[in-house]
Design a binder for this molecule. Structure first.
Ligand code: COA
Length: 373
């Protein structure tokens, strides 16, 4: 059996960002306008006033302080409350492709690989800009990679599912080197008019290069000791957007085709699922949790990550053991754990062990156990 590694990683961070303060001001202006518009109904008791948001609540409930976004103007405009994106022609690279390319090129540069040496491209993320042609085939084309490409769509766990598929492909010889690219424009599916979730998401793109260890020559190479995936059906995180929306009778309300969740339930149910997945995977690999130097966890909620790490380690994790990027990026869905990996791996020494774990809607979760070479 071939030994497989991650030989490069890449990250694209959109230059614009929005702080909690700015976001709360925009939401509160919107809510105030709505309440004025609905004043008569509210006074008559037939409508509820929209409650106000606060930056203090956001940071306390989630750990998020700001988020990078593809368009702050549209998001912060109380009359719009969603990104404003110029529509592109069919013969131009899509925005998702463009973001993914920047991350992919960085991963290739880190691994010392040319695009032509890549023969599998997986775009693994929550939201695809269109159903077809596959985002991955577009990215493969603009990157100049060979072989084949396809999309992997398992919500926030997508990158881990992509890494397993890529590692299996390289191990079986169906690809020499496979790129797993996760471009996420989460602000496009976020309901900025809903106080309960308007702060949750940000935008970013990541890439990981997976190849056989006997040919890899990247500077920061990690052997993949194992991958494990798990899914368990739940409606607690849901997005009903789809190609049948226009056909359904009665038509769905506009906010039913955006992200929604039961945050409390998600927190309660996903923490044990993920902690057990990591512990069982480590046990089967003969690795003590105490031997793991780093946990690159999905970045949705700070307390959630601390709790998962505490359950796995049996003690409080240090900041170095479970690095946090959601304070700056918010939840970037499938990109989150890879951003943590990309930013916090250089200090690990040869032989050090790490766990990349992504989890989210489905529920879905994926664990990748890595050893620094
Ligand atoms: N500003 C001020 N108050 C707010 C608010 C806001 N923006 N949003 C909600 N509140 C209020 C609620 O109305 C509620 O008030 P009540 O107690 O009077 O009913 C209170 O704050 C608590 O709200 P709740 O939604 O229960 O907060 P929470 O502590 O569960 O935090 C999340 C919300 C979403 C941050 C948290 O549940 C979470 O992150 N869960 C995990 C989600 C996850 O991982 N999802 C994966 C997505 S891919």
């Amino acid at each position: 059996m071939k030994r497989i590694c991650i030989s490069g990683s890449g990250l694209y961070t959109p230059p614009q960002s929005v702080s909690n303060e700015e976001l709360a001001v925009a939401y509160n202006r919107y809510a105030q306008r709505e309440n004025e518009r609905q004043a008569a109904a509210i006074a008559a008791g037939t409508a509820e006033p929209l409650p106000m948001s606060s930056p203090e609540f956001i940071v306390k409930a989630s750990g998020i302080r700001s988020r990078h976004v593809v368009d702050r103007g549209g998001v912060l405009d109380p009359a719009r409350m969603r990104p404003r994106l110029p529509r592109r022609g069919d013969d131009e690279p899509s925005l998702m492709c463009e973001m993914g390319l920047l991350a992919a090129r960085q991963a290739l540069a880190g691994a010392g690989r040319a695009a032509a040496e890549i023969d599998a491209v997986l775009v693994a993320c929550s939201n695809m800009q269109r159903p077809y042609p596959a985002m991955a085939v577009e990215l493969q084309h603009y990157l100049g990679a060979g072989g084949y490409a396809y999309d992997v769509n398992v919500a926030c766990a997508s990158a881990a599912f992509g890494v397993q598929a890529a590692a299996d492909a390289v191990a079986r010889g169906s690809a020499r080197a496979a790129l797993v690219v996760s471009p996420e424009i989460c602000t496009g599916h976020l309901n900025f008019m809903n106080r309960d979730c308007h702060f949750i998401f940000g935008d970013a793109a990541t890439a990981l290069l997976v190849e056989s260890m006997d040919v890899a020559h990247g500077q920061a190479t990690f052997e993949i000791l194992g991958t494990r995936l798990a899914t368990q059906y739940s409606n607690n995180i849901r997005n009903n957007f789809g190609f049948l929306n226009a056909c359904e009778e009665p038509r769905r309300p506009w906010d039913d085709v955006l992200f929604r969740q039961e945050g409390r339930k998600v927190f309660k149910e996903v923490v044990p699922l993920v902690a057990e997945l990591i512990l069982a995977h480590l046990a089967d690999l003969g690795i003590e949790a105490a031997a793991v130097r780093r946990f690159w966890l999905h970045q949705a909620n700070l307390s959630m990550n601390q709790l998962i790490a505490r359950r796995v380690l049996g003690r409080e994790p240090s900041e170095a053991e479970a690095p946090v990027i959601l304070d700056e990026y918010a939840n970037t869905s499938s990109a989150g754990s890879v951003i943590a990996f990309h930013k916090f791996h250089a200090d690990l020494a040869p032989g050090d062990l790490g766990v990349l774990c992504a989890f989210g809607a489905g529920y879905s979760a994926g664990c990748v156990v890595l050893k620094r070479l």
